[in-house]
Design a protein around this ligand. Structure first.
Ligand code: DX5
Ligand code: ZN
Length: 231
């Protein structure tokens, strides 16, 4: 059974062909991506180092849909100004990296951006509860962050269901997003559990089929309309 809520897809460029990044994000936008999900990693919060504001700026030039920045970094507050200047629309920080999450969330909002808070698989939802009403988005990680192409952790379905209940009860406007291992065969489970924004990296940017084909398959899996430009 697919969810009755409208489900949107956020392609993660982590699995994109970086030599053709501009074309790849344009293809994703044409295929109905809700936003572009950009994974910033600092080599400390997670082992890899990826990219920062200059890449955000380059993508900004190529698409009109929102850019959401998933900050897998320590001290994400140091980068808010640069990312905002580069054209970011939403910054998602990790609860585990922010002892003062309330302050960081306010800093993101003061910069005029939407604020999201992410939790790793092992982190209880309680880590988000006291700031939930201040958030635009809650991100439940369904893999341990750092790499694309990992397997969805099935036990996170229960956590997504609990997150949906918490949001409905306390802050119904907060968007519930999941990230990690989302594929055609499990997207509807995540949606049925209550997620409405699904990050998909390797399921969108694969060598085997076009971005348009991959996005169409994901949209079919959750029976949602592809609506370019919606956030
Ligand atoms: C992982 C990143 C994800 C990643 C998802 O740490 O936060 O956004 O790109 O990739 P897939 O969809 O391949 O699991
Ligand atoms: Zn991510």
């Amino acid at each position: 059974m697919a969810s009755e809520r409208r489900i949107r897809i956020a392609p993660s460029i982590l699995s994109a062909d970086f030599a053709r990044l501009g074309e790849q994000v344009e293809e994703a936008e044409r295929a109905g991506a809700s936003c572009i999900h950009i994974d910033v990693m600092d080599g400390q919060f997670v082992p890899p180092i990826t990219f920062g504001a200059v890449v955000v700026e380059a993508i900004r030039d190529r698409v009109a849909i929102p850019l959401e920045i998933h900050m897998m970094t320590l001290q994400p507050e140091l980068h808010i100004g640069q990312l905002s200047d580069a054209g970011a629309n939403r910054i998602i920080v990790h609860a585990e990296a922010c002892p003062h999450a309330h302050r960081v969330v306010q800093q993101i909002k003061d910069a005029g951006l939407e604020a999201g808070l992410a939790v790793n698989p092992a982190t209880p939802l309680a880590a988000t509860e006291e700031v939930l009403a201040d958030l635009d988005q809650l991100l439940v990680m369904t893999v341990n962050p750092g790499y694309g192409g990992q397997t969805f952790i099935d036990s996170m379905i229960g956590k997504i269901e609990r997150a949906r209940k918490m949001i409905d009860a306390q802050a119904p406007d907060v968007v519930l997003e999941v990230d990690g291992g989302v594929k055609v065969d499990n997207a509807s489970s995540a949606a049925d559990a209550g997620a409405t924004l699904l990050v998909a990296g390797s399921a969108v940017f694969s060598r085997n089929q076009s971005v348009a084909e991959s996005m169409a398959a994901l949209h079919r899996a959750v029976e949602t309309d592809a609506a370019p430009g919606a956030d």
